[in-house]
Design a binder for this molecule. Structure first.
Ligand code: SF4
Length: 361
């Protein structure tokens, strides 16, 4: 059974067939393949830290940090290096082996803020955690600077299928996502890229997203699977939550299509009961994000997670030590023209208009 999934070049239709398998059979195959590559008792705990919150210029339909929507998030300027280091130490004490730092930026600029992020990367690496960043679009030169500072992974989600992406975001193109991933690949930094289900996409879009990830060479080391957390004021505020079965099915399909990637349970865990999470671990998820917030949306308490680990006989995975790299870098990056398609997405425009009215009131 395992051989059919190894080094496979997938077609979209083949992924559709996997996704549509009877659920218990799908879970069984995913669990079997998972055991071939991983220790099923080990689950990585990663902490996601919002180092700069809100005020983002983009129009991502799911995101409460977009400044054009009216949400009740608490905006914050860039954290200091000391604040980040303190968070890293706390994360380590509670079993995390990775700290992922997120900044609400369209793209990284060669400025003092980026220099400060490079210092943060060094500091977190010094604490002995794997360091991941998610900072928006990134040039090759910036990727090299992060690698030189000791970055372990860069997160840049493709979010959904190329086709459905146009229904969610109009301020940058799908090709920009792939270009950033390609820039990261020119260093030894690993790639973390996945997406969100429950944004109103068809099930085929979920499979098409996995197809795009399967074409990356090499495939991403990490694939986060998020369930949409519909936040009031965002264009997707009225989306119904995905069912447990859909989440388990998506995790299992990702496990089979991308056999060597770490499949990460990400946003949306607060609406999953323990049994659903256990089934996701069975189906091949081997990482969770910890912390009471995932950037801005709620997340289970770490103590609840540790109780769940105890009940399931899971142990937190240890960090992998990352050495700094030594790329030649220029002070300023090459000029990159990121796209701005600017097509109209009615629900984004409507949420933005509602926010203007709310701000005037
Ligand atoms: S997802 Fe990122 S890029 Fe999009 S609006 Fe939110 S912070 Fe900005």
């Amino acid at each position: 059974m395992i051989e059919q999934y190894l080094d496979k070049q997938w077609t979209k239709e083949e992924i559709y067939e996997v996704y549509k398998k009877p659920l218990l059979e799908l879970i069984y195959e995913a669990a079997t393949l998972h055991r071939h590559f991983n220790n099923p008792s080990e689950v990585q705990i990663s902490t996601l830290l919002s180092i700069k919150t809100g005020g983002c210029s983009e129009d991502c339909g799911y995101c409460p940090q977009a400044s054009r929507y009216h949400t009740d998030i608490q905006k914050n300027d860039l954290m200091t290096v000391n604040q980040v280091k303190a968070s890293a130490l706390r994360a380590k004490e509670t079993g995390s082996s990775r700290l992922c730092m997120g900044a609400a930026w369209r793209n990284v600029k060669d400025d003092e803020d980026f220099d400060q992020v490079l210092e943060m990367v060094e500091a977190v690496n010094g604490v002995g955690l794997e360091v991941c960043c998610t900072l928006g679009m990134l040039t090759e030169n910036q990727a090299k600077k992060l690698a030189n500072a000791g970055l372990y992974a860069y997160n840049h989600n493709i979010d959904t299928s190329e086709e459905y992406y146009k229904e969610v975001i109009s301020t940058r193109g799908y090709e920009d996502r792939l270009k950033t991933i390609d820039n990261v690949r020119k260093t030894g930094v690993t790639v973390c890229s996945g997406g969100i289900i429950g944004m109103g996409e068809k099930w085929e879009d979920r499979c098409d997203m996995l197809y795009t990830l399967s074409l990356l060479d090499p495939q991403p080391e990490s694939v986060p699977i998020n369930a949409l957390v519909a936040v009031d004021g965002t264009p997707l505020e009225e989306q119904q939550p995905v069912s447990s079965w859909e989440m388990i099915r998506m995790v299992a399909t990702a496990r089979l299509v991308l056999p060597k990637s770490v499949v990460r349970l990400s946003a949306g865990r607060t609406s999953m009961n323990k049994e659903t999470q256990a089934m996701c671990f069975m189906a091949g998820a081997s990482s969770i994000f910890a912390g009471d917030k995932l950037l801005t949306t709620p997340n289970p308490d770490i103590n609840e997670d540790l109780v769940l680990f105890e009940e399931l006989g899971l142990t937190p995975k240890a960090p992998i030590k990352k050495e700094k790299e030594a790329h030649d870098v220029a002070e300023k990056s090459e000029r990159t023209r990121w796209t701005r398609p600017g097509h109209t997405i009615e629900r984004n425009v409507s949420a933005s208009n509602k926010a203007k009215v709310a701000r005037k009131a």
